[in-house]
Design a protein. Structure first.
Length: 94
C-alpha cells in the first residue's frame, strides 16, 4: 500500500513523519475510529492498495473505504505494519 499527499499534513502534529501519520491512521482503524483515522488524511490523498484495482483519490473516497472496511471486518482483526518505507517526508509505503 502507498499513501501520498502533495502538501504537508496539518491535522496531526506538524513535525510528524509520513511513517508516524500512517501508524496513527492504522491505530485508529484498529479501534474502528474512522473519524480519528481521517484526521491523518489530507483532502488530496492518493491511497493505493494492491488489494484494490483502483487508487482511492481524495478524502471522500478514503472515508468510504474506511467506513466499509471498519464495518466489514471482525472486531478481533487488527492491521499490523510489518515494514514501512519512507519515500520522503510526505510519502510512505507499508
Amino acid at each position: 500500500m502507498r499513501i501520498e499527499s502533495r502538501r504537508h499534513h496539518q491535522n496531526i502534529v506538524p513535525t510528524a513523519s509520513a511513517d508516524d501519520v500512517v501508524r496513527e491512521m492504522y491505530a485508529a482503524i484498529n479501534v474502528r475510529d474512522v473519524e480519528r483515522a481521517l484526521q491523518c488524511v489530507d483532502d488530496d490523498i492518493v491511497y493505493e492498495d494492491f488489494n484494490f484495482p483502483e487508487k482511492f483519490v481524495g478524502k471522500a473516497a478514503v472515508r468510504k473505504l474506511f467506513e466499509e472496511s471498519c464495518s466489514g471486518i471482525p472486531d478481533e482483526m487488527d492491521f499490523v505494519i510489518d515494514r514501512a518505507t519512507t519515500n520522503g517526508p510526505e510519502d510512505t509505503s507499508v
